[in-house]
Write a protein that binds this ligand. Structure first.
Ligand code: PLP
Length: 417
């Protein structure tokens, strides 16, 4: 018997009750069918309460206040760091830097590790399926340093071409950076295998975990990645909370990102020395309540169990792929096998513009995303300008998928597809 058959399935119906926004209806009384969690998830009462309680009962700046309120805020902020470290299997909370989001985490690495270690002619390997936030920071660095960029190609069903990765690794890149899960195709990449091959070639590895940490069990020690970047707002936590994980020795050897208060040991008029990690990378007043909210989100997800979260989304995605296959002229992008994909499902309907499809769905209070999903090079590769994307999370049910399919059939009737 496999482990997953021993685990009780996630009860999404019960989970929904924890999310106040899901009880809202539109002006026509239609329930909210929220299918845009890949952009930003909804927040459970536990997270809203954590944020509210911070602002209502112990709001204070942290680390320097010698009074009870500040000490409590500091303790909760650092507790959140412990929770996050445990959640991703980090060896120490010191390896988890609080940032605003995935984008900031990647820029931090590019501007500190990158500026110190990447020089003229050095190679950085990315992928064609990367989000702009894992393309642009490296383009900026490459331009400044005269370094080269190369991108792993994708197969016709949206998986990374591992032979092409091997070919690029023969050029001994300084860094390989890739998305664990593609936000536009839903592809779940074999991160551990990519890390293994990249390390064998002498490269460091950064994983963009924006779409994996919220949705599947992620353990940095199992993956053995050097850096992992992710955003709190996609995993039930407030906007403005995010994490850069880095192996401690690497973080310690890196210069700071931004300068200012909190990140220093000693300041003289002409020079300064730096605090230990992670404070060295947390200049200025951080988003205290948001980090505490992230801690609450991590506790909530841990109580659900990330294996169950993954199983739930895999089953819902399999169900959605079957329902979408019944819609006339609808094309789904990315791997067909639900085991190889996440709950982010991108599609087009005939020649109808993806924005028009999304607008019709909105008329039924079905919230999906349409556009290039911050993946313009990927869209170009697919010969598309945009797709419509439905994405699932812990609170979505088969009824949500049924409403999506019914609204899509309405769209096809309107546009006479
Ligand atoms: N990487 C991936 C794969 C994403 O899906 C996203 C957001 O959609 C990001 C990075 C950027 O996340 P953020 O906007 O929170 O920095």
């Amino acid at each position: 018997m496999s482990t997953s058959t021993l685990v009780t399935p996630l009860d999404a119906g019960a989970v929904r009750a924890d999310f106040p926004i899901l009880a809202e209806t539109n002006e026509r009384g239609q329930p909210l069918t929220f299918l845009d969690s890949a952009a930003s998830s909804q927040k459970p009462a536990a997270v809203l309460d954590a944020l509210d309680s911070y602002y209502r009962s112990y709001n204070a700046n942290i680390h320097r206040g010698v009074y009870a309120l500040s000490e409590k805020a500091t303790a909760r902020y650092e507790e959140a760091r412990h929770l996050v470290a445990d959640f991703i299997g980090a060896a120490s909370p010191r390896e988890c830097v609080f940032v605003r989001n995935t984008t900031e985490a990647i820029n931090l690495v590019a501007q500190t590790w990158g500026r110190r270690h990447v020089g003229p002619g050095d190679l950085i390997v990315l992928t064609v399926m990367d989000h702009h936030s894992n393309l642009v920071p490296w383009q900026m660095l490459a331009e400044e340093k005269g370094a080269d960029l190369a991108h792993v190609r994708i197969t016709s069903d949206g998986r990374l071409e591992m032979d092409h990765l091997d070919e690029l690794l023969r050029r001994e890149p300084k860094l390989v950076a890739f998305p664990h899960v593609s936000n536009a195709l839903g592809t779940v990449n074999d991160a551990a295998e990519i890390v293994r091959r990249a390390h064998a070639a002498g490269s460091l590895v950064l994983i963009d975990g924006a779409q994996s940490v919220p949705h599947l069990p992620v353990d940095v020690r199992v993956l053995d990645c050097d850096f992992l970047a992710f955003s709190g707002h996609k995993m039930l936590a407030p906007m403005g909370s995010g994490v850069l994980y880095g192996k401690r020795a690497l973080l310690e050897a890196m210069p700071p990102f931004m300068g200012g208060g909190s990140m220093i040991r000693k300041v003289e008029l002409g020079r300064s020395t730096w605090a230990d990690v992670p404070a060295k990378f947390e200049a200025g007043t951080p988003a205290v309540g948001e980090a505490i909210g992230l801690g609450a989100a991590v506790e909530y997800l841990s109580a659900l169990g990330m294996d169950r979260v993954r199983d739930h989304e895999r089953e819902l995605t399999a169900y959605a792929l079957d329902r979408l296959a019944e819609v006339p002229d609808l094309t789904v992008y990315g791997p067909a096998d639900p085991n190889q994909r996440s709950g982010a499902v991108s599609f087009t309907v005939g020649d109808v513009h993806p924005h028009d499809v999304a607008a019709i769905l909105d008329g039924e209070n079905v919230a999906v995303r349409a556009g290039h999903h911050c993946c313009q090079p990927l869209m170009r590769e697919l010969g598309l300008l945009a797709t419509t994307r439905a994405s699932f999370y812990v609170y979505n049910t088969e009824e949500d998928v049924d409403r999506l399919a019914a609204a899509l059939r309405k769209a096809t009737a309107i546009f006479a597809v």
